[in-house]
Design a protein around this ligand. Sequence first.
Ligand code: FAD
Length: 284
Amino acid sequence: MSEKQTNHRKSGLSFEVFPPKKDEEFENVYQILRDLGALCPDFISCTYGAGGSRAGKTIEITSFIQKELQIDAVAHITCVGFTKKDLAENCAALREAGVTHVLALRGDRPQTMTDEQYDRREFHYASDLVRYLKEHTDLIISGACYPEKHFEAPSFEEDLRHLKEKVDAGVSSLISQMFFDNDFFYRFLDRAAAIGIHVPVHAGIMPITTAKQLGTTVSLSGSTVPKKLADLIATYGDDKEDMRKAGIAYAVEQIRDLQEHGVDGIHIYSMNKVKTTTDIYHML
Ligand code: FAD
């Protein structure tokens, strides 16, 4: 994915992790990263807390992935609510930590932000952040995309047009929002290619292993739940282990189909769950 050379095998899979909320859980995350690293992912990305509350943790984690595990690390970075000065400091810290690849995101408006603050923000969209990074840094830049359209966009066409602007601003690959029906992703790829978006697109897969997780995930992502997945929850939702197995089997089926269609890469939203991610890896 990145232009850098690393010396590990590549698997066509990549993983997303997040910084634990509590400091006392932080030690665990290094073992999680080692275990995920053993699966030879193409890269591991680490999320960035809304409002940047734990920005330092994202840098710490990505630095470990890059330097200790020698795996390409992708640091998520958001710009809503940030000044150019904040960003310059963040980029300097990334450089210091040896991280050379970012996922440039707009982020969602923090609840604490007033209308006035929101209207006065220095970066309006992720494409503004991409332009800033291109001009002021030599970071490799990825961006987010939405196979079922971003929830704010008035139409799919308009969302795609803005995605094209973002790519043209300097994005070298895309990571997709999660989806549970591959047809959305294939349609998105066709329509993106038709308007000249030709960068690699990593397909975002979220393994659903509990009924509760599906509710949270769908309300956050807005992804459509196909009948087949809804039926799985209805059948297995009350049994923890059966639900876990059924959710993994669903994700594996989705991934196999994507691989057969020759997609550029599979990005698993690992939710820091090593066992689920490892099981998927072995079943593949
Ligand atoms: P943009 O690309 O800026 O798009 C946002 C909306 O603005 C879209 O509707 C787009 O169509 C529209 N738009 C873009 N340009 C224009 C323009 N010029 N004029 C009018 N409209 C425009 N959030 C976090 O807080 N931390 C994370 O770590 C994080 N990781 C993520 C990882 C992935 C793979 C994905 C898919 C999302 C992630 N998010 C994260 C969520 C993301 O921040 C939100 O989805 C956010 O609402 C949009 O971010 P974006 O970078 O896609 O925005």
